[in-house]
Ligand binder design. Structure first.
Ligand code: HEM
Length: 427
């Protein structure tokens, strides 16, 4: 195991680095080897110091959790995709389509001050009461999915359950009525690709076109909602925030809705797979983990730690030429924050390979930290709690039919090709 001694002087890092093979020969998140067991490759990264240049992605990788938390908290790096050296040029305002208006004009991602204002004024829309009310709306959808499934001897959890939950719950959470779902689904699923730095410009362009269509639909839904009484969803809550705050306009609502969809869909799909897998592999902890939403919240961080499924981390961009953690970073270069690198480090976790839902996670940064802490954390946990509770209530003796094959194609996380569950029900 490589040491993480971030307090050491740069000189000691250089001595170690010289003896090590180039990082691209020992670290490749696109490889099947990584998907089978990423931990040795994480150790290789950490061994090379606090900021490692990774030529395959033309990006720096920040490896130390204290440094990452400092970056999260103080935001000295930019979150704006258009600050990336390889991003397309930022178009002038006269050429903006709705997509640019949502993502440049009133962006959650771009302007730091506006971002803080949006988070502050919109916080009532994400209060405990709203989250509770929204959770109640997701529950019948989850039950309906299991009703439709029936009582088979075995089934693929991803195909039958996990794949449907993110879209259903995000549209319910936001408040997009069912009559729009057929039009909305094909154009929102590629939304996160619109600013993904690791895919082709052609694919990003297609995602931008889809996003423009999605924005048209969101505008239609907002106009309709303005004429209706208040409902239990984010759209109604955000329209209320707009009424009470002059600086919060319709474009802020649109941006927020897009951000919720973008940040809440892929993440929960991956989390569904790995939380079910973790509990099936650690059956002795199922009952305790599902005892209450609070118990699940704690267990969930351990599920995500133990399952080691991260690949890319979180992208930031250097706003200017800078000296950072002993390296010269050029304006526009990408810096990837990888908090998951601590997850199998014995400095932070004793016996990291053991799943123990009662571990303490100090600090728990699964949902980020500081001004950009995840807006959907409570909802994500509740949605997963409801799905897993339903799964084990209906199939208390469920087990893995066989060890699932890993899918190396997802750019952001390690996923499974299938997750086949044997129900073991007595018929
Ligand atoms: C297991 C599921 C999830 C995980 C692990 C997760 C994790 C995170 C993390 C680490 C960040 C910070 C990213 C950064 O610093 O660049 C974040 C941001 C965010 N998340 Fe989540 N998230 C999850 C689910 C959700 C859901 C369901 C929603 C929406 C309902 C959501 C909405 C957001 C939004 C809007 C942001 C951006 C916040 C901002 O920039 O102010 N997330 N999430």
């Amino acid at each position: 195991m490589g040491t993480i001694e971030h307090d050491q002087g740069e000189a000691q890092y250089s001595i170690k680095k010289e003896a090590l093979p180039p990082i691209e020969t020992v670290y490749n998140p696109h490889s099947l080897e990584y998907c089978e067991d990423p931990v040795p490759q994480w150790h290789e990264l950490v061994k090379r110091g606090p900021l490692v240049w990774y030529p395959l992605w033309q990006a720096w990788i920040m490896t130390g959790i204290k440094d990452i938390m400092d970056c999260w908290r103080t935001e000295y790096l930019s979150s704006d995709f258009y600050d990336w050296e390889y991003a397309p040029p930022r178009p002038p305002e006269s050429e903006w389509t709705n997509f640019e208006r949502a993502l440049i004009g009133h962006s959650l991602v771009a302007d730091k001050d506006h971002h803080r204002l949006v988070r502050k004024v919109s916080s009532p829309a994400f209060s405990r009461n709203v989250v509770e009310a929204i959770s109640m709306r997701i529950e019948p959808d989850i039950k309906a999915l299991f009703d439709e499934l029936g009582t088979p001897d075995s089934f693929d959890y991803i195909e039958k359950v996990a794949a449907h939950i993110p879209f259903i719950s995000i549209t319910r959470i936001v408040g997009i009525p069912e009559k729009y779902w057929d039009d909305f689904k094909p154009v929102v699923t590629s939304f996160t690709e619109a600013w993904n730095p690791t895919i082709s410009e052609e694919r990003r362009q297609k995602a931008r076109e889809d996003s423009n269509r999605a924005i048209d639909i969101i505008q239609e839904v907002i106009a309709e909602r303005r004429l209706m009484p208040r409902q239990d969803d984010f759209l109604s809550a955000l329209i209320q925030v707009e009424k009470e705050n002059e600086q919060f306009r319709e474009w802020d609502i649109i941006t927020m809705v897009l951000a919720l969809i973008g940040a809440g869909a892929d993440t929960t799909l991956i989390a569904q797979q790995w939380s079910v897998y973790s509990l099936l592999k650690n059956r002795d902890q199922i009952a305790e983990a599902l005892e209450s939403p609070e118990a699940f919240g704690k267990a969930f961080t351990e599920m995500m730690r133990w399952s080691a499924n991260s690949k890319m981390g979180f992208a930031r961009y250097a706003p200017e030429d800078m000296e950072l953690l002993g390296q010269k970073v050029r304006k526009g270069q990408m810096v990837l924050l990888m908090p998951h690198l601590k997850d199998y480090d014995p400095q932070y976790y004793t016996e990291p390979e053991k799943f123990n839902m009662n571990r303490s996670h100090d600090k728990d940064v699964l949902f980020g930290y500081g001004p950009r802490f995840c807006i959907g954390a409570a909802l994500a946990k509740r949605q997963l709690f409801l799905s897993l509770s339903e799964l084990f209530a209906r199939f208390p003796d469920a087990e893995l039919a066989y060890e699932p094959e890993r899918d190396e194609t997802d750019h952001n996380s390690i996923a499974f090709k299938q997750l086949v569950i044997k129900t073991n029900i007595q018929k």
